[in-house]
Design a binder for this molecule. Sequence first.
Ligand SMILES: Nc1ncnc2c1ncn2[C@@H]1O[C@H](COP(=O)(O)OP(=O)(O)OP(=O)(O)O)[C@@H](O)[C@H]1O
Length: 335
Amino acid sequence: MSAVIEIEGLRKTFHSVRNGRRVAVDGFDLLVEAGQIHGFLGPNGSGKTTTLRALLGLVRADGGRMSVLGEPSPELLPRVAGQVGAIVESPQFFGNFTGHRTLRLLARAGGVPIARVDEALELVGLRDRGDERVKGYSLGMKQRLAVASALLKDPRLLILDEPANGLDPAGIREMRDLMRSLAATGVTVLVSSHILGEIQLICDHVTIISRGRRVAAGRVDEVLAGYDRHEFLVRVAEPGRAVELLQAAELTAVVDGEALMVSGVSDPTVVSRVLGEQGLWVGELTPLRPDLESVFLELTGAYEHSSVPRQVDGSGLPHADQGEAVINLDRGVDA
Ligand SMILES: Nc1ncnc2c1ncn2[C@@H]1O[C@H](COP(=O)(O)OP(=O)(O)OP(=O)(O)O)[C@@H](O)[C@H]1O
């Protein structure tokens, strides 16, 4: 797989008279490969937006190397900007313009064929509503119009910062379906979010950031597997006696309410055999798999209170000595 985004050792500190010195990104690494739907997860203020803005040349990084589609970013980002769609700040649209007119203007400004407007509206499911004024759109429709604007260029890479923000469950579902259908067409998607369930449903890969540092990265199932304690919830008639029997069989078991928890179990049939042999019949034996939320809380919650978050091993991250892509968001570069 080829790298679509590579970030290595990104650093950014903001200085202001009021807040003093604030380290937003502290040696952060990110690798997004072609075809991935990559979730970029982190608590509020952990550095997600700053990372994306630095990647796109909207804020000047203090250190580190970045590339987009093989071009060093932000220096050579313009070379690939036409292949990158990004929504890093919620775009503002004129309420009195229709969705179609909005995209026509953007297409003209960006040198994109007007025929692409209908295609983009189709892709985000707004083809039938394109002639309505934007002020009548729901928030979810406005978000989809924003995605359509990023799709005008027919990008190979789509970067979305918190696209589900402010959406109701139906809007979130629409956004999820949209990302899936885009990925099915071969677009690589990097999506930042703090809505963990969504990331778990949509993304195949994830990078978790805490206090400006990467604390986990990889395939979602592999990241989760790393936190699997092989725990099972067991229901039997006599939990106290069951715990004694399991402990005697050298298993780790504790009473948990009316059930018991057994951990470190590689083969759950051992649990039912040990108990069954003593006449205790197992009524339920449920594996307790970690979800992204528990992993996220463990990684970010715990480290929020430690002095320095652990930086995960950056192995597998090639040095970013190639190029990048830039997005025209009509913004200046923050110092
Ligand atoms: N322009 C700025 N000036 C000063 N500090 C900033 C600026 N932009 C971001 N920060 C600070 O940098 C840190 C990281 O912010 P950032 O917006 O990148 O986080 P985030 O993960 O995107 O958060 P959220 O999910 O709340 O958007 C925060 O402490 C924030 O206050």
